[in-house]
Design a protein around this ligand. Structure first.
Ligand code: ADP
Ligand code: UDP
Length: 237
């Protein structure tokens, strides 16, 4: 597999073309950003940790029958993935209230959301990722009704796989963001699943073990990500 030119530099990852027209290489960088890119930092080891973490989760999901873009880890910081036509959406699942939902609706952090809530956001840095509903997505042509239904179905199946996995490590999977794309017309999970895109709390102490450590200047960010991985059984280099 030959790595060709860089096609896209995101806030935390870069995407490279390969000699296979259907495959991209995703590079997990040490860059970290929050608040729409207003707060940035370099965190040593984060790229490697997120790459290994993501591979572990993607493999668990694939084993449970969830279609994903993930193919294999290529190096500490690189993964081979299917080239997807990404839908411009972020699907957020919330099992407990935290972050923007508390600010928006005045909910107390930690409130159990039963059933879990599903939200859609337009992926647009320029517009600040505005929340949108299914009618917006459909009417504005961002995805078809069928694709919306499939994203919801896969999202809740993913929740059914991941919630017990984290619970077995004495952790609460509070919320997370997923991105989907199309490969030969088939909708599948793309992007990444790592502590950069979710909230994870220790079940007993409610200690934050995710990117909120960076957002809120709590320190030991990558150490917390590794702790989550260790509890799940991820092996890091
Ligand atoms: P952002 O774009 O939010 O700054 P990243 O730094 O994570 O995010 O960049 C990764 C980019 O690659 C994202 O825009 C994501 O939608 C895109 N992407 C993820 N998986 C794939 C894939 N399989 N094929 C094409 N693009 C992908
Ligand atoms: N999230 C993400 N990328 C985004 C927006 C949100 O990964 O662009 C994740 C975030 O880490 C959290 C969940 O989605 O796990 C819900 O985020 P929320 O809407 O509460 O936003 P925040 O409080 O982070 O602004």
């Amino acid at each position: 597999m030959q790595k060709l030119e860089e096609l896209y530099t995101g806030k935390a990852k870069s995407v490279f073309r390969t000699d296979d027209p259907d495959r991209f290489i995703m590079v997990f960088r040490n860059d970290t950003s929050a608040f729409d890119g207003k707060k940035v930092a370099q965190l040593e080891r984060k790229g490697m940790v997120n790459n290994r973490f993501n591979a572990f989760i993607m493999e668990k999901l694939a084993a449970a029958g969830i279609p994903t873009h993930f193919e294999r880890v290529l190096s500490d910081n690189e993964a081979l993935v299917k080239k997807l036509e990404m839908l411009p959406l972020e699907c957020v699942v919330r099992n407990y209230a935290a972050g923007s939902i508390c600010r928006r609706y005045g909910l107390e952090e930690g409130m159990v959301l039963n059933p879990p809530t599903f939200e859609l956001f337009l992926k647009s840095d320029a517009l600040g990722d505005p929340m949108c509903n299914e009618y917006h997505v459909h009417s504005f042509g961002w995805a078809t009704e069928e694709q919306i239904a499939r994203m919801k179905e896969l999202t809740f199946r993913i929740n059914d796989v991941l919630q017990p996995l984290f619970l077995a490590g004495n952790m609460l999977l509070v919320d997370y963001k997923l991105e989907f794309g199309l490969f030969n017309g088939e909708l599948m999970l793309g992007d990444e699943f790592s502590p950069d895109g979710c909230r994870i709390w220790d079940k007993d102490t409610r200690e934050k073990l995710d990117k909120d450590r960076f957002r809120q200047d709590l320190g030991n960010v990558v150490e917390a990500y590794e702790e989550v991985g260790r509890r799940l059984g991820v092996s890091f280099a």
